[in-house]
Design a protein around this ligand. Structure first.
Ligand SMILES: *Cc1c(COP(=O)(O)O)cnc(C)c1O
Length: 414
């Protein structure tokens, strides 16, 4: 069973946790990366953490120990991976993708990256000469297999007019035209200039979706896959979710590697930080307006942006100030004591959701929103001057504060 933060909160440590605070449960992270590492071992794939979703470098220990490296976008993430995952060395794979690089960015990125993936042949033609000054860097192209089962458009890179990945028609047209200039055959040109291909079309999905997606990847790009040293299957694999079919994933990777004789990379973000800790805040006030509205020191808008963007209603539990008793939210309209939770900003829509409990909520009670370590801290803002939550870790039953933010962080950004 996966260890969870809720089971580690006790009378002895609850008052050490300041509010608001993102609390990583170290053992949960360890559990996730060990599972990912065992899949890497059994399948032969290399697994990288996607820093877009999970950049909590203050406790990167398990990631350094168990994963093969990181996938990054742009200079800042690439440098972070080099400093904090590869320990300023060539020890790890640092894969970089950006929808478009500026020349100045590529010049920085080559100091840290092992793999650079381009989103167009245009970008390759304009920038490859800079990369070639560093021979060890491998070069890939992001392809768009024109197949995704993601239903929310803002997470679907295969919608019409998407800017993410080269569609087959453009791929063939541009490779042929470049090859013609050097009097080469297309595949010969590709093999000489590129090491791999990359696709990323999944979001919180199971390995069955990967299997169906691969059929489209192969249908459109199969001939070129044969010329690759590696294929990067992107992220969106919800591997650490309880009901994810890991055996199918292992089989898919093994079959693919055998058929095409290539290396396979996976680059999950969410699956690394999945259910690894909570955002803990407190009730500042409770007001009445056609029901009870609790105002918290946590904001949907500043601290849990996916609640509004996705949108979804996060699960939570309350921790009573007096007794430290923990009670799970019973759901909308079910428990006797019902509340709408809202944030401390002046935005009318800064509403987290509707919750209910079997006992009343009191000012000063703690509220913990579950599963808040991925796609939260990396997206936080200081909108409306709201404080950034502190960062802390629960390890061996003890809470440790890792970072506090102050006025200067707000002032610096405006
Ligand atoms: C966002 C992203 C990932 C990680 O996706 P998750 O859904 O967090 O697993 C991996 N690769 C690329 C290119 C991405 O844009």
């Amino acid at each position: 069973m996966k260890p969870m933060l809720k089971d580690c909160i006790t009378k002895n440590n609850i008052n050490d946790i300041e509010s608001p605070c993102y609390v990583l449960n170290y053992e949960s992270l360890q559990y996730n990366v060990k599972l990912l590492s065992s899949i890497a071992e059994q399948s032969g794939a290399k697994i990288l953490v996607a820093l877009k979703g999970y950049s909590f470098w203050r406790e990167f220990g398990p990631i350094r120990e168990y994963l093969h490296g990181a996938t990054c976008s742009g200079v800042n993430e690439t440098r972070l991976a080099y400093e904090e995952i590869a320990n300023n060395s060539e020890a790890k794979e640092i894969c970089v993708f950006s929808p478009a690089y500026k020349e100045s960015q590529i010049k920085e990125i080559i100091k840290y990256a092992t793999h650079i993936i381009f989103n167009s042949l245009n970008q390759y033609s304009n920038l490859a000469h800079i990369i070639k000054s560093k021979e060890s860097i491998q070069i890939g192209l992001r392809i768009n297999p024109m197949y995704s089962e993601v239903e929310t458009d803002i997470y679907n890179p295969c919608v019409k007019q998407s800017r993410l990945g080269i569609i087959p028609e453009e791929f063939y047209k541009n490779i042929e035209s470049l090859a013609r200039k050097t009097n080469q055959e297309s595949k010969e040109f590709f093999k000489e200039h590129f090491d791999g291909l990359h696709f990323h079309t999944l979001c919180e999905q199971d390995s069955a979706v990967l299997e169906r997606t691969l059929e489209h990847v192969i249908k459109h790009f199969g001939d070129y896959i044969k010329e690759c040293k590696w294929i990067n299957f992107g992220g969106g694999h919800h591997i650490t979710r309880k009901d994810y079919d890991i055996y199918r994933l292992i089989r898919i990777i093994k079959d693919f590697k055998k058929e095409y004789n290539t290396e396979v990379f996976l680059e999950p973000g969410e699956a690394v930080g999945w259910q690894c800790g909570d955002l803990i805040g407190e009730v500042i006030d409770i007001v009445e307006n056609h029901g009870k509205v609790a105002i918290l020191d946590i904001s949907a808008s500043c601290h849990m942006p996916d609640c509004l963007e996705m949108p979804y209603r996060p699960e939570c539990y309350k921790i009573s100030r007096q007794s430290c008793e923990i009670e799970d939210d019973l759901g909308i309209g079910i428990g006797e004591y019902q509340y709408r939770f809202g944030g401390p900003t002046c935005l009318a829509g800064d509403i987290i959701g509707d919750y209910s409990f079997s006992t009343p909520l009191n000012i000063g009670d703690r509220i913990a929103f579950c599963d808040m370590m991925h796609y939260t801290i990396v997206k936080n803002t200081t909108f409306n001057g709201i404080e950034l939550p502190s960062l802390g870790v629960m390890k061996n039953g003890e809470f440790k504060i890792l970072k506090r933010f102050d006025y200067n962080h707000f002032k610096d950004r405006n």
